[in-house]
Design a protein around this ligand. Structure first.
Ligand code: GTP
Ligand code: MG
Length: 295
């Protein structure tokens, strides 16, 4: 019998390349939020995949980029810190955006590390094969990758091949997490994230970047198959409040409905979700508030 393999695997890359989409695909369930806008992920998101002969502990990270402003500087720090804690790095790039400045920053950081790095070129569904082959050659010359795997996280193309390469690159090791655990994050945190995702998806311009979500209360109603959740959407300016609320409360209602459906799916019972909107002046520039909101 071949030895049991295990290890911590960082998923790093520029913003919006599809890291969180891949994490959810690898786990077969949604624990990380995703959106078409960059800088969606702000924390280290841990997910455990249990395979017949291996356990892979994935750490999804915020997109690395040249950050402006205290909040973004903080989230990039989170991603760079994860690089120090892992056995293997999966560096994800976007096949449709082959020359990103963020990629260069990441390559530079990787060159200072000793861990093996696998390159996952994502979103291959968006490019023609003719363009992909020269791109692979170009990447091959830029770093001694353990493997280069073109994938589509969204369409689940070549994801199994990527997993095979990851297992091959990991050391022998124990089961770090019990077989029934998928993440170390409490449902309360994931619920807050799901609300934040709906803000990312349903609002535009600067609004998603001005928002943090906290869950004030998360309680099962005794004797009923129902969870009551009270959460607050924090914005940083008075003028942003009516945008989140929308005409006649319409926007907030849609955010709440979509988030509730997803939270119900996660917890497996009915959810009663109450949302508040509050102004925490200039919180994205205030180190204390950034910390208070969990970043
Ligand atoms: N066409 C295509 N789109 C994809 C693929 N993978 C992810 N996406 C889309 O790319 C966008 C960004 O995906 P995320 O998973 O949020 O990206 P991320 O790298 O986690 O982004 P940050 O958290 O902001 O760093 C979303 O709209 C996804 O649906 C893919 O393989 N093909
Ligand atoms: Mg993400």
């Amino acid at each position: 019998m071949s030895p049991f393999k295990s290890g911590f695997v960082a998923i790093v890359g520029a913003p919006n390349v599809g890291k969180s989409t891949l994490l959810n695909e690898l786990l077969g369930q949604k624990i990380a939020i995703t959106s078409g806008k960059p800088q969606t992920t702000r924390n280290r998101i841990l997910g455990v995949a249990h395979l017949p002969g291996a356990q892979l502990i994935f750490l999804d990270t915020p997109g690395i980029h040249r950050a402006k402003g205290p909040l973004n500087v903080r989230i990039v720090e989170v991603a760079l810190k994860v690089l120090r804690e892992v056995d293997l790095v999966v560096f994800m790039t976007d096949a449709a955006l082959p020359t990103s400045r963020a990629d260069q920053i990441i390559l530079k950081a990787l060159k200072k590390k000793r861990q093996p790095v696998i390159l996952a070129i994502n979103k291959v569904d968006l490019v023609k094969k003719k363009k992909l082959l020269p791109l692979i050659d170009q990447w091959r010359e830029s770093y001694p990758f353990k493997a280069i795997v073109p994938i589509s996280a969204l369409e689940r193309l070549q994801v199994d091949e990527l997993v095979t390469e990851m297992v091959a690159a990991l050391p022998e090791g124990p089961r770090y997490y019990p077989e029934d655990s998928v993440t170390d994050m409490p449902e309360r945190f994931i619920a807050a994230e799901m609300i934040r995702e709906k803000v990312f998806r349903l609002t535009g311009e600067e609004i998603p970047y001005a928002v943090a979500v906290t869950v004030e209360s998360f309680k099962e109603r005794p004797g009923k198959d129902l969870i009551d959740i009270q959460a607050t959407i924090h914005v940083e300016r008075e003028s942003q409040k009516p945008i989140i609320i929308g005409r006649g409360g319409n926007k907030l209602k849609r955010i709440g409905e979509q988030a509730r459906e997803e939270i119900e799916h996660m917890v497996g019972c009915k959810v009663f979700l109450t949302l508040w909107v509050r102004v925490q002046k200039n919180w994205t520039r205030d180190a204390g508030a950034i910390k208070k909101f969990g970043y």
